[in-house]
Design a protein. Structure first.
Length: 466
């Protein structure tokens, strides 16, 4: 029950509010994402390439399909199409923002698969001989990523339509496959990071009533009762003594500041690394930062993310300049799947598309140099041919680069491969695109590396493009 304020000092209130906000921040953030999701429970919402707002820092090289599962009434069966044509990858995320399982090409290979997802309280047999995945919470967020092949763009939407959900206990109807006109709202991390203390704890009190508390949860919930945050009961700052209410606001503000100011990435020179290890138990602040910064992060064996906000000289990346990212021969991202390079503003928004382009991927027909190396260009305006094939557009102001490695090889997982730093291109001399066109010579010299209809892989071997 609430402490009347006589036996509790402001510093204790600040600590309780801080710890409660940090610990339950992912729960409130995920609930905000669920509330704004266009589809109902147990229904996929397919991103048809228009909004791309279902996650933070959306990858324009993939199509997203998202769904919120309600497992209260029983398991939901997930059908994943045959991934031979395109490696679909699905992350399963609990209500606290933790990825607890994944499904797709790495697990099933070239075979279609059916998986039953059951809640923590389900004790019956799923039936049908299906493998079952036990979710830690009854609310589960599915994020499916379907890569887009530039040479076969119709494949990704077709595979999206084949993703299906079938409730087994009457918890909602199977999803329909028609595209919806709803527009995804912006990812709510910024809204949660500025939510006032009264609104935050009011929302939290309702959520704590809906879900069974674990032992770890209970250890945080009990102190919250001292400041009036009681599961299932309305919370209001007006009911607290003024000095207690002020201390609650200070504690929440401190927590939100700590969450928004830090990053979940590991620093390694100009690039930071974001990767989720299996069975890793993060401390509450790390878990909150991870949810705020990159919700839905894949397991590291599925994908590793590299982020950079500075160039090779330590200067902030800015769209007023042009940059070059140089990969030596056989040193493009070492992956079994594909890779992509995208530039975002510091709020995680994509640049305004120019000519329909938003980034690059290993599936694009890149132009290699005569020695087998490749130079990627990052700049706000498109370069002239032939450099346009290797161009990643960037926003006009400060920006960050994100390089995604899907299906990273051991050299990436073990830290032996890292992306090179971006080099700012100086204005001395005419820009490359204004120099004499020697593309015919370049093409002739590079004929040993790139052939029509053949894609250069990171291992250096040519494979037929689809």
């Amino acid at each position: 029950m609430f402490d009347d304020g006589v036996n509790i000092d402001p510093e204790t209130v600040i600590r309780i509010a801080y710890e409660g906000c940090v610990f339950f921040y992912p729960l409130v953030l995920l609930d905000a994402a669920r509330r704004q999701h266009p589809a109902g429970a147990n229904r996929f919402h397919h991103d048809w390439g228009l909004t791309r707002r279902c996650v933070s820092h959306p990858n324009p090289q993939v199509l997203y399909s998202t769904a919120w599962l309600d497992l209260e009434a029983g398991p939901v069966v997930l059908d994943v199409p045959n991934p031979r044509a395109c490696p679909v990858q699905i992350s399963m995320i609990d209500a606290r923002g933790r990825v607890f399982a994944s499904a797709g090409a790495r697990e099933a290979g070239a075979l279609a698969c059916r998986i039953a997802i059951a809640g923590p309280g389900w004790t019956n047999d799923v039936g049908q001989g299906l493998p079952a995945v036990r979710a830690p919470t009854n609310r589960v967020w599915l994020v499916a990523r379907t890569p887009v092949d530039p040479d076969a763009e119709a494949i990704a939407p077709t595979l999206q339509r084949q993703l299906s959900l079938t409730p087994t206990g009457g918890a909602g109807e199977p999803e329909d496959q028609a595209p919806r006109a709803s527009v995804m709202a912006a990812w709510p991390a910024r809204a949660c990071a500025t939510m006032n203390a009264g609104s935050f704890f009011q929302r939290l009190a309702g959520l704590l009533e809906e879900r069974p508390a674990s032992r770890r949860d209970a250890a945080v919930i009990e102190p919250l009762r001292r400041i009036g945050v009681i599961p299932g009961r309305p919370f209001s700052l007006d009911r607290l003594p003024s000095r207690v209410a002020q201390a609650v606001c200070q504690g929440v503000a401190r927590a939100q500041g700590a969450i928004a100011a830090r990053t979940s990435a590991e620093n390694t020179g100009p690039w930071t690394i974001q990767a989720r290890e299996r069975c890793r138990t993060d401390d509450p602040l790390a878990a909150a930062i991870l949810a705020h910064d990159c919700i839905g992060l894949n397991f590291q064996e599925d994908a590793i993310y590299f982020k950079s906000e500075t160039d090779s000289n330590g200067q902030v990346l800015n769209g007023e300049h042009r940059y070059r990212l140089h990969f030596d021969q056989f040193r493009t991202p070492q992956v079994e799947g594909s890779w992509s390079l995208t530039a975002y503003d510091l709020n995680g928004e994509l640049p305004t598309p120019s000519g329909g382009r938003l980034g690059l991927s290993g599936r694009d027909r890149l132009r290699f140099n005569a020695d087998g190396s490749v130079d990627l260009r990052i700049q706000s305006d498109p370069p002239l041919d032939p450099l346009a094939a290797n161009w990643t557009p960037c926003p006009p102001g400060d920006f960050r680069l994100v390089l995604r490695a899907y299906g990273p090889r051991h050299s990436v997982l073990g830290g032996l491969w890292r992306p090179p730093a971006a080099h700012r291109m100086h204005s001395c001399g005419p820009p490359l695109e204004s120099r004499p066109d020697l593309s015919w010579m370049n093409a002739a010299m590079a004929s040993d590396f790139v052939h029509p209809g053949v894609e250069q892989t990171s291992a250096g071997a040519g494979v037929a493009t689809r």
